[in-house]
Design a protein. Structure first.
Ligand SMILES: Cc1ncc(COP(=O)(O)O)c(C=O)c1O
Length: 825
């Protein structure tokens, strides 16, 4: 095999633990035989969910197909066998193949209560914990929302809740200092109700809960598990609470993330509760997790509900029931997910064969390599590209950081790249990573340096989890996270680093089209572009129904909203959601035609036998009017009769209704919190996203196709395909001049009509969908190619948006062939 100097360097510097050299299969064999489906996808969201192996699934199918599993609550032989399997899955039948042994927990001391996941296990502790108004719920700032949510039970029972920072806990091992080295720094105490912040005396039956993650899912920081022993130590005074007196501290470890490489050793760190989700360990099955509970601590939990599975006896019409005796039997309501439980040992078998220590070393070598490389990236002006969260010192990172790297990127001028931009571009390069706060708001605020007032003003500005607002008030609202799994490879890490370098690091003398755009956005991008260049209108396309196919015409009337009837209709789901091709690609197969002479909108669909004809004049088919708000605009709309809605429901395969923007109503653009601020705030718009008209140039399309064609030499057969203008859903296509000259147009005259340019059109994944031969095909082109040279401040531009300047009298038409005079002043 040819030498790979980069890999050799990696192996020398970071690769001591890489690749499972002592396992039955090394990493390359594992990837080649058990993860064939990855192809050239780089999957780096193992913190979200790791991947199952194809061999694991084969074993599971074989097992399920050759065994009769009955409901474990019955007494038949197949039920008894299910019972045995479930029991075995909990306990320590064979080393590492089962849950308790995975955590080195003695079955005499701990029980494995199956739940639907880590969150369900956390909720179970929260809702059954013996809270009193003397109790405190203390948790580290770095915690998943599913841990923070326990606060609601505590506060609801009058208990106090305190978030804390753990300082230097990571130094404990090195200093052997034990308890005195742990510094717990409390934030303000939260309480509800009249008592406010009054600290209450604890009594011998006061129970407090302390929760922390074994590994932070935001930064990868591993918490020192000595914390368990320190907190449970009677003489340790917990800061921010009343003196301990006779109260008790119960410790919960959220091991959902950490267990994938380093499950807490419960023989050493005797936590009361540990929660885990199994898909984070070996990908499949989902919907199953566990609460590992110390026997004594489980007895503290006060359960209200009884159910099939947890009740020994009950009388239907008398207030009497008796719970089952076993700890698991008291908490596992209903029928367990026994098929999933029966599948667990196939996952544990993989971890066992590789060994957890080898998995940890393997993943850490990749994380250290990536961290190091990111830290060393600089722009041409010497400024650092990457800000890493967690430990910045790679020396420290190898043991105290898990296989997660979380970061943000900066431009040469120090401004931030938005994390959504990174995610969008990564996805175009077939790299799957995660961005945002990862459901860990405390870690997010802490690492990004967001104060309470920052957080509140972000919320005030409408920012919520999942949205696209990645930079607010000049600061990031989240981060980019890559996380490794046991099957990740050096090649994955390298491809990711190359992507970061090529997309975000500015190099010397990169006089690309992108730079020209940067320097003078939407000004002439090439020489010879000016009033003397001759352009012609090449085509006119009208899209009467938003997201459905349009029709091209030789000439078409203008109206005060753009091309007459353009985007005048839309489809809405029964819950009020606007349907678009993004979610409902079938809309692309609905063809439309407006016949002005007959006064009809005519629609056809391959799914409907008959074409549908709708009268343009308000007629028999119009139902009631209502007001709708979309894209920051208020619309007065009208619906149609049932027959019309049924036709469209059949055409798109889901229930929907057709609505029409009532053209005579004045639209207004409200001050909005929505991300999709209406750009053209002064103009009357139909159901367009941004502006009345979208114009593209034939020359720009040709240039794009040249670039796509040049990629073909490297790619597989006929890939990437060339695109025709329809992909961009333009209203107007012009020919003439140089590619991208339209970027510099300030205004344009077509025939006798004057238009103003509203700037470039920001492109999304929609242009990667093609509708050929009755099938929807999605790929990462042409957006990936456009991203390589048409990206500016997180947006990928192609085409320009226009607004009509003239007031429209009767009979104002555009015609194909008309001269287009561009003005760049
Ligand atoms: C640290 C941590 N805790 C808890 C959870 C919640 O796990 P689940 O959604 O599987 O219940 C997650 C999930 O990402 C996590 O990373």
């Amino acid at each position: 095999m040819a030498a790979d100097p980069e890999k050799e360097l990696f192996l020398k510097e970071f690769g001591q633990g890489y690749g499972y050299p002592n396992a039955p299969k090394n990493i390359d064999e594992i990837r080649a035989t058990e993860f064939k489906r990855l192809n050239d996808v780089v999957y780096l969201d193992h913190g979200g969910a790791t991947l199952y192996s194809e061999l694991q699934m084969e074993h599971i199918f074989k097992d399920l197909n050759s065994t009769l599993y009955g409901n474990p609550h019955s007494q038949s032989s197949c039920s008894l066998m299910t019972n045995d399997i479930v029991g075995e899955a909990r306990r320590q039948a064979r080393l590492y193949l089962h849950v308790l042994s995975f955590f080195n927990a003695s079955p005499g001391e701990y029980k494995c209560i199956f739940t639907s996941g880590a969150t369900a296990a956390l909720k179970l502790v929260g809702e059954t914990f013996p809270w009193s108004s003397q109790s405190t719920y203390m948790y580290t700032m770095e915690n998943h929302n599913s841990v923070l949510g326990i606060r609601e039970y505590a506060l609801g029972k009058g208990a106090a809740a305190v978030a804390v920072d753990i300082e230097d806990a990571a130094d404990l091992d090195r200093r052997h200092g034990g308890k005195s080295d742990v510094k717990i720094i409390p934030h303000t105490v939260q309480r509800r109700g009249e008592d406010g912040c009054r600290t209450k005396e604890q009594t011998s039956d006061t129970y407090n809960l302390f929760a922390f993650p074994s590994e932070c899912n935001f930064s990868g920081r591993r918490f020192n598990l000595d914390l368990v022993n320190v907190i449970k130590e009677d003489s340790y005074e917990m800061p921010g609470t009343s003196p301990r007196h006779s109260g008790h501290w119960v410790v919960l470890i959220d091991a959902a993330k950490g267990s994938a490489t380093s499950p807490p050793d419960l023989s050493k760190y005797k936590a009361d509760f540990v929660v885990v989700s199994f898909y984070k360990l070996f990908g499949y099955p989902t919907g199953i997790g566990a609460l590992i509970a110390r026997n004594e601590s489980a007895k503290l939990l006060k359960k209200t509900y009884f159910s099939g599975g947890t009740v020994a006896a009950s009388i239907a019409d008398v207030d009497f029931y008796k719970r089952r005796d076993g700890i698991e039997e008291r908490f596992e309501d209903g029928t367990l997910s026994f098929m999933s439980i029966a599948s667990l040992h196939h996952g544990f078998r993989i971890l066992n064969a590789l060994t957890m220590s080898a998995i940890s070393r393997h993943e850490m070598s990749l994380a250290s390599y990536v961290r190091n490389a990111l830290l060393n990236l600089t722009h041409v002006n010497g400024n650092r590209v990457c800000t890493l969260y967690g430990l910045n010192d790679p020396e420290l990172s190898s043991n105290e950081m898990g296989p997660t790297v979380s970061f943000n990127l900066k431009r040469p001028d120090g401004s931030w790249f938005g994390h959504r931009e990174v995610e969008k571009l990564a996805s175009l390069s077939n790299i799957q990573l995660r961005t945002g706060c990862f459901c860990n708001p405390g870690a997010c605020a802490k690492h990004l340096g967001l104060s309470h007032s920052d957080l509140l003003s972000n919320i005030e500005a409408g920012h919520v989890c999942w949205d696209d607002r990645d930079i607010l008030h000049g600061k990031p609202t989240g981060a980019v996270r890559v996380s490794f799994g046991y099957m990740s490879t050096f090649e994955d890490a390298r491809k990711f680093l190359k992507f970061i370098e090529s997309s975000f690091v500015s190099l010397p003398a990169q006089a690309t089209h992108l730079d020209l755009l940067r320097a003078t956005p939407f000004h002439p991008a090439a020489e010879g572009v000016g009033v003397n260049t001759r352009y012609f209108l090449k085509s006119i396309t009208v899209y009467p129904i938003k997201s459905c196919a349009g029709f091209s015409v030789e000439s078409w009337p203008l109206s005060s909203t753009g091309l007459l009837h353009d985007r005048e209709w839309l489809l809405k789901s029964l819950s009020g959601e606007i349907l678009t091709q993004k979610k409902v690609p079938e809309m692309g197969f609905i063809t439309t035609l407006v016949d002005l002479k007959l006064g009809l909108l005519i629609v056809e669909s391959p799914r409907c036998k008959e074409k549908l004809q709708i009268e343009l004049k308000s007629g028999q088919s119009i139902a009631g009017r209502e007001v709708m708000e979309i894209y920051s605009q208020r619309y007065e709309v009208q619906g149609y009769c049932n027959e019309v809605d049924i036709w469209f429901s059949n055409a798109v395969g889901r229930s929907c209704t057709l609505v029409r923007s009532y053209a005579s109503q004045n639209h207004m653009c409200a001050q909005s919190r929505s991300i999709r601020m209406c750009r053209d705030v002064d103009t009357r718009l139909n159901f367009v996203n941004e502006a009345q008209f979208l114009l593209i140039s034939e020359e720009s399309i040709a240039d794009l196709n040249n670039r796509l064609r040049s990629k073909k030499h490297n790619g597989p057969n006929n890939w990437p395909p060339e695109v025709n203008p329809v992909r961009f859903r333009p209203n107007l296509v012009v020919s003439g001049g140089k590619p991208y000259a339209e970027d510099g147009w300030r205004s344009v005259r077509i025939g006798e009509r004057n238009f103003t340019s509203m700037g470039g059109c920001n492109r999304c994944q929609m242009i990667n969908t093609s509708f050929t031969a009755g099938t929807v095909q999605r790929s990462n082109e042409p957006l990936a190619t456009l991203a390589s040279y048409r990206r500016l401040k997180g947006k990928i531009f192609f085409g320009i948006l226009l607004k009509l300047c003239d007031s429209i009298e009767q009979d104002a038409w555009l015609r194909v062939g008309q001269e287009v005079v561009a003005n760049t002043d």
